[in-house]
Design a protein around this ligand. Structure first.
Ligand code: GLA
Length: 377
């Protein structure tokens, strides 16, 4: 949306001018899957699909937001929090956690819009959380600290909304830099901006299947990883290397061993991927993508048929350097690295091949690396 159109829609609704516009992006994870809650490494990229909030301060403690996309209003009081339902809970949860951290918040009127596909695994909820955090920072006048705001947003999601996610999505939405992927150490929250290779397109392939039963399966993977870490006598699987991993063979349960192997090898792949990116070695980067998918399919077992099919369709194209499922898995999206010049051809060929193989329609997003949450007005 244009800033002007968005400003006008605020004015039309509230009969006043907005004072700020805050924005925050969704993300796609390039590599490093299920490693975040193992204190490991991830390499997500903020995408050029965002949530926008236009706002003006109120004199009381009410936060009132009009969703332009859903055509509904929601409101809550910063002095009396009560759990409810729907998208407003992400905003409310962030406000609740911000106040718990000692931030004095002001109420505001706002309109909200966005183009991050919902429920596709592109972190539309993290985008809402970080846009809300940015909005509160702007209107209440406290400084922006990306890592702190990501932690607070994650807490909102874990404790207020009740989704047990790691820190990756919120950090990607908070701290990314335009043109770069975000290399993140999930233990220390140290970041490095990793340059995307030139003449490459990042293509998101949505299988159009959705992650049924994901919460229980996601939580099961988390406890299996914890069980493995406990067996190895470490705080998190981040602390297990290839040599140590071998000691588990024949001793750890078969599935627990497979889960551990995915995490250990995936962490190594992320570190290598960062080096490959710095060296502009797209070929190696693509190979790491393919290896990551195989590991998620065979060891971590979080792909579904549609994800495997769409990844195969992508990998079969000569313009594709590598492809893998991205996000939590069990449905949702894959990500492919494609020769920029041949991207249209790639999109058409994969869509047709996937349709033929699965009888499903894919949605495809060719994405550019975007900047993290900020205030644009
Ligand atoms: C979801 C979670 C993230 C991360 C990924 C898997 O997207 O929100 O924290 O665990 O799954 O890599």
């Amino acid at each position: 949306m244009e800033i002007e159109t968005f400003t006008q829609s605020f004015s039309a609704y509230f009969n006043a001018k907005p004072q700020f516009i805050a924005r925050a992006p969704g993300r796609v994870n390039l590599i490093g899957e299920h490693t975040d809650y193992n204190d490991g490494f991830v390499l997500p990229m903020a995408i050029d699909r965002e949530v926008w909030i236009a706002l003006a301060p109120r004199t009381d403690s009410i936060v009132r937001i009009r969703s332009l996309d859903l055509q509904v209003d929601a409101a809550f009081d910063l002095h009396s929090f009560a759990k409810g339902e729907g998208w407003i809970e992400y905003v409310k949860g962030v406000a609740y956690e911000l106040q718990k951290e000692g931030c004095a918040l002001r109420g505001f009127d706002a309109t909200m819009t966005g183009d991050v596909p919902r429920g596709a695994g592109l972190s539309s909820s993290a985008a809402v959380e970080l846009a809300a955090a940015r909005a509160f920072a702007a209107v209440s006048g406290f400084p922006w600290d990306a890592a702190k705001m990501a932690r607070i947003s994650q807490k909102a999601e874990n404790e207020w909304v009740g989704v047990n996610c790691g820190i990756m999505d919120q950090m990607a939405s908070a701290a990314s830099q335009k043109g770069y992927a975000l290399f993140l150490d999930c233990r220390t929250l140290e970041i490095q901006h990793a340059p995307l290779p030139e003449k490459i397109s990042v293509v998101i392939l949505d299988t159009s299947t959705r992650r049924g039963l994901v919460d229980s399966a996601y939580n099961e993977r988390r406890s299996q990883c914890e069980e493995a870490a406990h067996w190895f006598g470490v705080k998190a699987l981040r602390d297990v290397g290839m040599e140590a991993l071998k000691k588990g063979e024949g001793k750890l349960g078969k599935n627990i061993m497979k889960r551990a192997r995915h995490i250990v090898t995936e962490n190594m792949r992320v570190l290598e991927a960062v080096q490959a990116m710095k060296a502009g070695d797209v070929k190696r980067l693509g190979e790491l993508f393919n290896a990551s998918h195989a590991s998620l399919r065979d060891d971590f077992e979080v792909t579904n048929k549609a994800l495997n099919q769409i990844v195969e369709c992508a990998q079969e194209q000569s313009s594709c350097y590598g492809a893998r499922m991205t996000g939590a898995g069990f449905g949702g999206c894959a990500v492919a690295l494609v020769e920029e010049q041949k991207v249209d051809e790639f999109v058409n060929a994969v869509s047709a091949a996937y349709k033929k193989k699965s009888d499903l329609e894919a949605s495809v997003y060719v994405c550019k690396p975007n900047a993290g949450a900020d205030v644009i007005m």
